[in-house]
Design a protein around this ligand. Sequence first.
Ligand SMILES: NC(=O)c1ccc[n+]([C@@H]2O[C@H](COP(=O)([O-])OP(=O)(O)OC[C@H]3O[C@@H](n4cnc5c(N)ncnc54)[C@H](OP(=O)(O)O)[C@@H]3O)[C@@H](O)[C@H]2O)c1
Length: 255
Amino acid sequence: MSSLLDSFKLDGRTALVTGASRGLGRACAEALAEAGADLVLVATSSCAETRVRIEALGRRVEVIRADLGERAAATTLIATATRFAGPLDILVNNAGIIRRGEFENFSEKDWDDVINVNLNAAFILSQAFVRPLLAGGRPGKIINIASMLSFQGGVRVASYTAAKSALLGLTRLMANELAAKNINVNAIAPGYMATDNTAALRADEKRNRAILERIPAGRWGAGADLKGAVVFLASPASDYVHGHALAVDGGWLAR
Ligand SMILES: NC(=O)c1ccc[n+]([C@@H]2O[C@H](COP(=O)([O-])OP(=O)(O)OC[C@H]3O[C@@H](n4cnc5c(N)ncnc54)[C@H](OP(=O)(O)O)[C@@H]3O)[C@@H](O)[C@H]2O)c1
């Protein structure tokens, strides 16, 4: 008889994680590998450090360098990954960028670049990911990395908040259409995490203090804080969880 903990295992599964070269994507990839999955890592850079860590866990790993800001790269990615690694079971749409500036001067480039990587790529990859699952009647898991700005407006981050709010809407839409086909679509909404993405905030003493004072847990999050959430949402343990946004935020949203 299999135990409860067995339902968190990912042996024999293959997961694709975008933005796996560093930060939260690296932590997600490592977590999935620790739970037993083989990995396809995607970023514009080589993901060398992440690859080493996953190989050390004894899992298979493929790296695909792709710029997800380019429509053509996103469109062909799932097919390329499947050719290298075989059928995919888990997709983590994590790659993301942020641009900051006052709304009235926010450039169209900063709008388009962020929407392309943070939203359009997730749409394109998710569509390409589910098609073979639906054709083969196989189950699957999509995890979209959302944000506090899927719930709140933020300041000076127009394209980021628009993309992350839309990504949560898309998560719910996909869940509604795919739940009955045994494909789970959920989101993780990280709070304020210490990565390159938030380096500017942490370097600004006033903003850093204000953020810390508002986080009930009293500290910035780390990649490791996401590990349990991503394994849960990638595993059979979450088979009846659909369209949910799991906040890993030190209590930020509860405040
Ligand atoms: N840090 C936070 O506080 C926080 C909070 C909420 C949500 N998030 C979200 O979590 C995700 C990961 O963020 P992070 O904090 O880990 O950021 P990060 O440290 O800046 O890492 C971003 C990742 O995305 C990849 N990436 C960026 N542009 C790409 C492109 N055009 N094509 C392919 N890959 C690309 C980067 O790889 P290369 O540069 O090597 O290509 C890197 O692996 C993002 O979606 C972010 O919005 C972060």
